[in-house]
Design a protein around this ligand. Structure first.
Ligand code: GDP
Ligand code: MN
Length: 363
């Protein structure tokens, strides 16, 4: 059988998967879920899936975060579902609630305007708290201090294939700081002034080593898809809305805890955009990763099958789909990777995936 995949980036053949597994020691890592009590059954569904496909062989800890206390039923059921230890923490109000310097009238106006425009979660106050928390505070929760890596898990998601490796081990061994499975374009109406604010930040912090001529920077500013003829749209300095879908995220907590990331977050936060607009944590994390990391510190986990409604991804190679026992009964339209709103082909053009494209198609 011929293997055709950008598999874990540097040619791990399938026999070698087993060796990787055998040599694996547990990493200093945690499975992390922000969740509400009423989402218990969805939380259990995600846990069951990730346990079956990955964690039952590793028994990583689970940490659950909530802005209100978890109830006894939630704690009991999730503890029984986990193969590792489970821990529960209450998020302090200062990390969750709307700061009092946010002006009520501007905020209420934004909620109304966004509702009128039918923007998803446009009139939700709690959604804004959640996005700001996930942008600037999750990694500062005390309960995470002891860990180096986190794997974000959301309620009601599914992992379609056996994991062929421990992604935490891949992160550490290959010195990766941020890992994703799906990349797509953001709704522009949720972030009208985000890019302007980012550009201000770059200009104000010109002592830093932010390289706006890097290939990685082009991943979020090039408006041409890899499939469109070269230079159809002139190079710009406008955000093309590409971001890593953060409901799946494997990251190095030390990156988020760094003074560079916190300075970036603080600058964005001080503009009020998390409330006056509806900035998501996904574009914020993604832009930070592009500005503050090197290209080879970001990894696309091509071998992981994943569904968060309304989209899913599975390994590109049919061989791996079989080898990893994928079960994917979704409609083909929900498969995002080659759809018009996916940024994967742009990742292949500008991100660390391009090596694979060059090797496959240009040699
Ligand atoms: P979507 O994926 O953008 O549609 O948003 P979700 O409703 O899935 O929310 C994203 C994540 O934040 C999920 O893990 C939710 O469980 C969690 N979440 C959203 N709002 C709240 C909230 O008010 N409290 C808590 N504790 N978790 C929340
Ligand atoms: Mn979700």
């Amino acid at each position: 059988l011929k293997i055709s995949s950008s598999s874990y980036h540097d040619n791990i053949l399938d026999e070698e998967y087993d060796e990787v597994r055998e040599s694996s020691n547990k990493e200093n890592a945690v499975l992390l879920m922000l969740v509400r009590n009423w989402e218990l059954s969805y939380a259990l569904k995600s846990m069951r899936s990730l346990e079956d496909r990955f964690n039952r062989n590793y028994n990583y800890d689970w940490v659950f975060l909530n802005d209100v206390p978890f109830d006894a039923a939630f704690i009991e059921a999730t503890t029984l579902m986990a193969s590792g230890e489970t821990k529960y923490a209450l998020i302090p109000s200062s990390d969750w609630d709307r700061p009092d310097w946010i002006e009520d009238d501007i905020f209420e106006q934004s909620l109304n305007d966004m509702e009128k425009q039918n923007i998803i979660y446009g009139n939700s106050k709690s959604y804004r708290n959640m996005c700001r928390f996930n942008s600037g505070f999750f990694f500062r929760q005390k309960i995470l201090d002891q860990y180096d890596y986190y794997f974000r898990v959301e309620p009601d998601v599914e992992y379609f294939c056996d994991f062929p490796y421990d992604p935490f081990q891949v992160m550490r061994q290959q010195n990766k700081k941020y890992g994703f499975v799906i990349s797509l374009v953001e709704y522009e109406s949720t972030i009208p002034t985000l890019w302007k604010t980012v550009r201000e930040y770059i200009e104000l912090n010109n002592d830093q080593t932010i390289d706006t001529s890097s290939d990685l920077y082009q991943f979020i500013t090039d408006w041409n898809d890899i499939r469109t003829p070269r230079s159809r749209v002139e190079p710009t300095d406008r955000y093309n809305m590409c971001h890593f879908w953060s409901n799946f995220e494997i990251g190095d907590l030390n990156f988020f805890r760094s003074k560079e990331y916190i300075r970036f977050f603080d600058y964005l936060d001080s503009s009020g955009g998390f409330y006056y607009e509806r900035w998501g944590d996904a574009p914020v994390h993604s832009i930070a990763a592009v500005l503050l990391l090197r290209e080879n510190e970001i990894i696309h986990f091509d071998e992981i099958g994943y569904m968060h409604a309304p989209y899913f991804t599975i390994p590109q190679s049919e061989y791996f789909q079989l080898k990893q026992k994928c079960i994917c009964d979704q409609t083909e339209e929900a498969r995002i990777d080659f759809s018009g709103i996916s940024c994967l082909t742009r990742w292949w053009k500008h991100g660390s995936g391009k090596k694979f494209m060059r090797e496959t198609y240009q040699s």
